[in-house]
Design a protein around this ligand. Structure first.
Ligand SMILES: Cc1cc2nc3c(=O)[nH]c(=O)nc-3n(C[C@H](O)[C@H](O)[C@H](O)COP(=O)(O)OP(=O)(O)OC[C@H]3O[C@@H](n4cnc5c(N)ncnc54)[C@H](O)[C@@H]3O)c2cc1C
Length: 480
């Protein structure tokens, strides 16, 4: 498998092993990132083998780029707009072919066919062969069949944000017969959707990609009847006569009896000289999955020492010449899981640079060099860098939320017990009962997942809280 991986890095890997030899499976999971292991015997194959092969093929098909069918994007590698389009399609699990204007001769041929000029880029060529010149995300969303408008006026529950917490709330809400609407501003899956491999989610001993988890969850939510609105951003909430009115970015609104806020967190911006000039042009926040393939033979830097940074390093190392993880601390041990540290140690083209931080980004039209500071000696060195992926800290997506919802100083939403300790609580809470575990200071508005103060920042805990919020909503609806 190690040999095959050198030649076919994207091929799915499955191992047939004896019950007594799970050690072989564990080694294969760690060393070749096994996608599945089957226990001997695989009889009857209809039950034990074929469904697994089907699933692996489905997942593979999701990533493989058809050469002559489907959506194509012609653009410039270091154009933020091109990056935004790629990231949007990838996040929404839509396969596309990237045709780089500078390095792919096919780009000019296609542009001549459609009479497109370089200044018109990026251009999306639809699967029917129609060119969309510099399209907006909303236009592309309509083209791929997403639904940006709600079908009904009032819902039992509206869930804001389709990360793991929101997806779980949608699955449980819809399956319990609630009229459920899930609203997402970018792409389903949230942070987890950008993970190349989640290895600690219960029931998936060989890990699963964030894309696969998202694909399964969104299908499950829709199957139970949840409505999914995307891309659509919630900009404010108003409470009127117990009804919650949700205002959307496009100035439309929709009403709900209850709300679950599952807007999660977003990476902090790296606030050093030059970085903002190259965002989307060599500097990327998260987005390692979208740009990894363009990093082949390049020098890549990753800023951050948590699991998300480690996963990104492992993924990008499949393509890049070299990956350097920049951390301020001594080592990764206090911030990253041991299984990832072990994988990184065994990957020859990844280096961990401790006591290091980016102090400046330089380049012409895109990132070319970084200035790195040794935080112990203060010494600054210049390195060639074709890409920098930033995975530092996280701030909650709550800037849009009215000040009437109590939050911590850092902007995380307070719920339940912690909320009741807030001196402001008594002033705003007028119910006879206590606030439920996941309830905010506004009755009937709940928060779950990473956006909540004291959250665990894990896929499993976000999923658990999303599911729990629906139980609390049932109790709230029964009382009101
Ligand atoms: C790269 C990476 C790898 C990770 N790996 C692991 C792992 O291996 N194991 C693990 O347990 N955890 C992992 N995590 C952490 C885990 O992904 C998060 O804890 C989890 O995704 C939190 O889920 P959530 O639903 O609370 O929020 P999020 O995943 O942050 O989702 C929030 C969603 O809300 C949307 N949103 C925000 N504001 C609005 C608005 N106003 N209107 C509409 N939509 C909005 C966002 O676009 C987003 O899709 C990883 C995180 C990252 C970034």
């Amino acid at each position: 498998m190690e040999k095959a991986k050198e030649f076919y890095s994207q091929a799915k890997r499955a191992l047939l092993t004896a019950y007594s030899d799970t050690g072989a499976a564990i080694r294969a999971i760690n060393e070749v990132q096994l996608d599945y292991y089957l226990m001997k015997p695989w009889d009857p194959p209809k039950e034990k083998l074929f469904p697994i092969i089907d699933e692996l093929l489905d997942d593979w098909k999701n990533h493989v780029i058809p050469t002559f069918k489907g959506i194509r994007i012609i653009g410039l590698q270091y154009s933020p707009k091109s990056h935004e389009l790629k990231d949007f399609l990838r996040g929404n699990l839509i396969p596309y072919q990237w045709v780089d204007f500078e390095s792919n001769p096919e780009a000019r041929e296609m542009m001549a066919t459609f009479n497109i000029d370089e200044k018109d880029l990026p251009v999306v060529i639809t699967s029917d062969g129609n060119p969309m010149i510099d399209p907006s995300i909303r236009d592309v969303a309509t083209e791929i069949g997403l639904q940006p408008d709600a079908q009904e006026e009032v819902y039992d529950v509206i869930i804001i944000g389709a990360g793991p917490a929101g997806l779980a709330a949608a699955v449980y809400g819809a399956s319990k017969g609630l009229n459920t609407l899930l609203i997402e501003k970018r792409a389903p899956g949230g942070q987890a959707g950008t993970s190349s491999r989640i290895e600690n989610y219960l029931g998936f001993p060989n890990g699963l990609s964030g894309e696969e988890l998202t694909r399964r969850a969104i299908t499950q939510a829709k199957r139970f009847g949840a409505e999914f609105l995307s891309p659509q951003e919630v900009v404010s909430i108003e409470v009127n006569d117990g009804y919650k009115i949700i205002h959307l970015r496009d100035e439309t609104m929709v009403k709900a009896k209850c709300i679950v806020i599952t807007t999660g967190v977003v990476y902090r911006k790296l606030d050093v000289k030059g970085v903002s000039d190259f965002t989307g042009a060599g500097v990327y926040y998260g987005a390692a999955m979208t740009e990894a393939a363009e990093c082949s033979n390049k020098e890549v830097y990753i800023s951050g020492g948590e699991n998300s940074a480690g996963q990104a390093a492992m993924y990008v190392a499949n393509y890049a010449k070299h990956v350097t993880i920049l951390i301020r601390r001594d080592s990764l041990t206090s911030s990253m899981s041991q299984y990832l540290i072990d994988q990184i140690d065994k990957t020859p083209n990844i280096t961990v640079a401790s006591h290091s931080e980016v102090v400046e980004a330089q380049g012409d039209t895109h990132l070319e060099r970084l200035h790195l500071k040794d935080t112990q000696t203060g010494e600054i060195r210049e390195v060639v860098a074709h890409a920098l992926f930033v995975f530092i800290g996280a701030r909650p997506y709550t800037g849009w939320l009215e000040s009437t919802i109590l939050k911590t100083d850092r902007g995380f939403i307070e719920t339940g017990k912690e909320l009741m300790l807030n001196p402001e609580f008594k002033r705003v809470w007028h119910e006879k009962r206590e606030a439920a575990l996941l309830e905010t200071c506004s009755p009937g508005i709940f928060a779950a997942g990473d956006v909540r103060a004291c959250a665990m920042n894990r896929v499993a805990s976000a999923v658990g809280e999303g599911a729990m919020s629906i139980k609390m909503i049932h109790e709230y609806l029964a009382e009101n």
